[in-house]
Design a protein around this ligand. Structure first.
Ligand code: ADP
Length: 437
């Protein structure tokens, strides 16, 4: 039924009943007594209404603790609607609080920084990522001007120019940040910061790699082209021609090695080339590594080997490449007459492949950089011995794929130890022995 009718019909009925009662009294006892009773009834009614008004005002002052009565007459409807309004309000409040908590949690987890500022750049709120990126502290810096907090001439210029349709790349507190400012509502702005330090580092590595690879390929190519030009000219005696051809072949091999190593590295880094672990026959693998090292040494070094550890699960091809690189480095950086020892043994922290040499050694300042691509301590020695500068980078990537680590101990002029440590989890479990009979 229409709520207005619900209000007016009972009120009219009650009024009609009172008037009828007064009419009956008038008829039975005369006008005076009817008026007295009517006045008394009106006074009672006024007091009841005042009582309800008082309780309503009490409730409005403190809706949480004061309680509303059920009410009488029209008040029943008013009070029940007020109750319903309060219940709806509480529900909305709870929903809003929950939503706000979820929003805050999302903002806390967001890797990008978010700063809410007013139209004149006074800080209102920021998330933890923004605190980290810009060195802000929400509690301390609230109400301060963001340009006074982020002290960078580039940031100032960006604000002054106001070209917010383009992002700003900002170098700030040893980070590379991509900064956006987005106006919202009427008088607020959001500043968003994205940390691009890692992306920038990878991009720089890629640029360096291309520059280094081009440089490495250009050197042998220049030699080959030079010789080809000489060979094209007339009057070259057969001995010189043969010497030139030999040098060109060497340079060709150098380019071939380089390209093979670059392809190996890119394959190791590729997600489309997952490792398929298999049982690696260590005795066979170590035998191959020793044979390759002896072939490279051509009898100039004493190469010994000791294999006592168990077989492991991994990629035979990749481990061959890693161990082979370490053994070939030992040969190439150890002067003739030196000693090289290869070993494979199980220790308390895992299984260790060790290559020890009595070679030229490495000064401490180089050790942490040896696994960088194209990093060489002695460029000319590396090139003379067909080095590509990628061997240890390949070792690093193979070990990453096998959960292993590389430890380098070296002293200039005395020799080096390269130790590969593979986790115990890589060990092939022993087969239970068959009980015969
Ligand atoms: P390269 O092809 O130049 O040998 P690597 O990545 O294998 O490249 O090695 C990087 C550098 O580390 C080498 O250029 C060399 O200076 C140094 N190095 C590697 N192994 C040894 C070693 N056993 N003794 C001395 N120096 C070494």
């Amino acid at each position: 039924m229409n709520p207005k009718l619900l209000f007016w019909v009972p009120a009219a009925l009650r009024m009609g009943l009172i008037l009828a009662g007064v009419g009956v009294l008038w008829f039975m006892f005369g006008a005076t007594s009817a008026l007295v009773v009517a006045t008394l009834a009106m006074a009672v009614l006024v007091f009841v209404q005042l009582g309800y008004l008082y309780q309503l005002s009490d409730w409005l002052d403190d809706p949480q603790s004061a309680k509303l009565p059920d009410g009488w007459g029209a008040w029943t409807n008013i009070f029940s609607r007020l109750y319903k309004l309060r219940r709806d309000d509480e529900k909305n409040q709870a929903e809003l609080t929950e939503w706000l908590a979820r929003f805050r949690q999302a903002m806390h987890l967001l890797p990008d920084g978010v700063v809410i500022m007013d139209d004149v750049l006074f800080l209102e709120w920021c998330n933890p990522a923004a605190e980290q990126h810009l060195g802000l502290t929400h509690e301390r810096d609230k109400g301060m001007r963001v340009t006074n907090l982020v002290r960078s001439p580039d940031f100032m210029d960006y604000i002054i120019l106001g070209r917010y349709d383009q992002p700003l790349t900002l170098s700030f507190r040893e980070r590379k940040l991509i900064v956006h400012i987005i106006p919202f509502e009427n008088r607020r702005q959001i500043l968003v910061t994205h940390d691009a330090t890692e992306t920038e580092r990878i991009e720089e590595m890629r640029r360096d790699f291309i520059a280094n690879a081009s440089h490495e390929l250009r050197t042998p190519l220049t030699v080959i082209v030079g010789f080809l030009e000489i060979a094209a000219s007339e009057g070259l005696d057969p001995a010189t021609r043969a010497a030139h051809l030999k040098l060109m072949t060497e340079q060709g091999h150098r380019m071939q090695h380089l390209i093979e190593d670059m392809l190996t590295l890119s394959r190791l880094e590729s997600v489309d080339y997952p490792m398929r672990p298999e049982r690696v026959d260590i005795v066979k693998l170590m035998g191959q590594v020793q044979r390759d090292a002896r072939a490279l040494s051509a009898g100039k070094h004493e190469i010994t080997m000791d294999v006592s550890g168990p077989d492991v699960m991994g990629s035979t091809e990749e481990l061959h490449s890693a161990f082979g690189n370490l053994a070939s480095n030992a040969v190439r950086y150890t002067p003739a007459g030196g000693k090289i020892h290869l070993s494979w043994a199980e220790g308390p922290s895992g299984i260790k492949f060790k290559v020890e040499d009595t070679g030229i050694g490495i000064s401490p300042e180089h050790i942490s950089r040896l696994t960088e691509r194209f990093y060489r301590v002695d460029k000319s020695r590396s090139r003379e011995t067909q080095g590509t500068g990628l061997g240890l980078a390949i070792v690093k990537h193979v070990l990453l794929r096998h959960g292993g680590t590389l430890q380098i101990k070296s002293e200039a002029g005395k020799g080096s130890s390269f130790i590969v440590c593979l986790p115990k989890t890589a060990i092939v479990p022993k087969q239970p022995e068959l009980q015969l009979g």
